[in-house]
Design a protein around this ligand. Structure first.
Ligand code: ZN
Length: 462
């Protein structure tokens, strides 16, 4: 197995699996094997001789249960080494902990006496830039891209708590960036470092850190956009702009059925849409639009007050019907017409609902023009300035533009010289030939008989 690419993995995996399997039988050995094995060398330690003996015993038994033998034992404890057979030791002499004896394990130099007791020390890092300290002290996303990338890198390699401020005069790196003469360099802090590094650890860092104002350079500013929604527009008005078809819009208002069913739990409406539901939906939409566009007139009519002389619909003598829908009064009260025809519903000139109604009538009356569409609409609705609005919408109709598109003709080639050069009649002729035609000829006393006939038409070209 040795020498193959997978050998290190297999060696480690075998030991780890063995440690997992034997974790109940040899808990100390299992823990040490999982944590302290480096490929096939174990470097571990405990706090007492008894624990060391127990660990050595468990390790030996655990690996022997898999048919393996641990050799080359080394320790800084002579009592432990004495308990191990001499041929199993790395050296027949015990390690002297008072000397600098080291053991080389897979290229790692190990000092048995001191290398298991290294305390974890966080290295302090110093900078004389308060701006950099502010950058590192905040999340990288707070800063602009260039700074953010570098701050993120620093924060992955160090902790913000490691960073401290050092005054510019105490910063040796400052000499390198500014340049210094040789004579000054010999007596400078470049060679020996700042004074506080010679004091007892932990060092007293510069407590008088300059404070920055709120604005820190390279900060990413968020753009706040505020949208003011006019108070006079009800929410339903936005709904109308989301549909390009009147029939679809009316079916969306179909949710009214849900509202009615909630109100009348005993008399719920189910099944297909009904005509009266669609009409009610239309009335809801119309009242919504009229409330927006003719609010002053509706308020005046509700109070039985005369309309303003500046009202655009004053001449139409409008009134509110039983459903509070604004209708044209007009002078046709006694006419033998339908109620909606005599008193059509008032609609504004420029509104999405007006456009949808015009488009609806235009499409069901295709290819009707402005006049027919207007007369059909006026059987129910009175649109202020209807003619221009209808004409404008029909002109913009894509379907009509396609249908009415002028047909392009192929350009004819030049006439031949025989057609345009003077010559005697029938000097040059063209012939058109047609047939056969059935000709019936009556022969006296013998009935009729059919013949085939052909036409040859000679045309003089000039
Ligand atoms: Zn059209």
């Amino acid at each position: 197995m040795c020498g193959t690419a997978s050998a290190p993995y297999l060696a480690i995996k075998c030991l780890q699996q063995l440690a997992l399997n034997e974790s109940n039988n040899f808990p100390l050995a299992s823990k040490a094997a999982l944590k302290d094995f480096y490929v096939d060398d174990l470097m571990s330690g405990v706090n007492s001789l008894s624990e060391a003996l127990e660990l050595q015993n468990q390790l030996t038994q655990m690996v022997s249960s898999a048919g393996l033998v641990l050799r080359k034992w080394a320790s800084n404890c002579s009592e432990l080494l004495n308990s191990i057979d001499s041929d199993m030791r790395l050296s027949n002499t015990s390690l002297n902990i008072d000397n600098d004896d080291t053991v080389k394990t897979l290229g790692i130099l190990w000092h048995p006496a001191s290398d298991l007791e290294l305390p974890y020390i966080t290295s302090p890092i110093y900078t004389d830039s308060t701006i950099v300290l502010s950058w590192i002290g905040s999340h990288a996303s707070r800063w602009k891209t260039f700074v953010a990338n570098r701050v993120a890198k620093i924060q992955t390699l160090s902790s913000a708590t490691q960073w401290h401020h050092i005054s510019g005069s105490a910063n040796p790196a400052d000499l390198a960036t500014r340049g210094v003469s040789f004579s000054t360099l010999l007596t400078s802090i470049w060679l020996c470092g700042p004074k506080f590094l010679h004091e007892t650890f932990p060092f007293q860092t510069d407590s008088s850190v300059p404070t920055l104002n709120d604005a820190v350079p390279e900060e990413r500013y968020c753009t706040l956009q505020s949208i003011i929604v006019p108070n006079h527009l009800p929410d339903g008005n936005d709904l109308l702009h989301k549909f390009s078809s009147l029939s679809k819009l009316k079916r969306v208002i179909f949710c009214l059925r849900f509202v009615n069913n909630c109100k009348n739990s005993k008399d719920k409406t189910n099944g297909f849409l009904k005509t009266n539901e669609l009409n009610n939906a239309m009335h809801v939409l119309i009242k919504l639009v009229q409330t927006i566009e003719f609010n002053n007139e509706i308020n005046a009519l509700k109070r039985n007050q005369p309309l303003s002389c500046r009202s655009k619909i004053l001449s139409l003598n409008p009134f509110l019907d039983n459903s509070n829908i604004l209708r044209v009064g007009g002078r046709l009260r006694h006419a033998n017409l339908a109620y909606g025809h005599k008193h059509p519903i008032l609609l504004p000139k420029r509104h999405i609902l007006t456009d949808l109604i015009i488009r609806h009538y235009h499409e069901i009356l295709l290819p009707a023009g402005t006049q027919l569409v207007q007369s059909c609409i006026q059987e129910q609705y009175w649109i202020i300035g209807a003619r221009n609005v209808i004409r404008h919408l029909i002109r913009k109709c894509v379907k009509c533009c396609k249908v009415k598109a002028s047909i392009t003709n192929q350009r004819m080639s030049d006439l031949p010289s025989s057609r345009i050069s003077p010559a005697p009649a029938f000097m040059r002729c063209g012939v058109d030939y047609a047939g056969p035609f059935q000709i019936f000829k009556t022969i006296k006393g013998r009935g009729s008989k059919s013949f085939k006939a052909y036409i040859a038409l000679f045309v003089s070209l000039y």
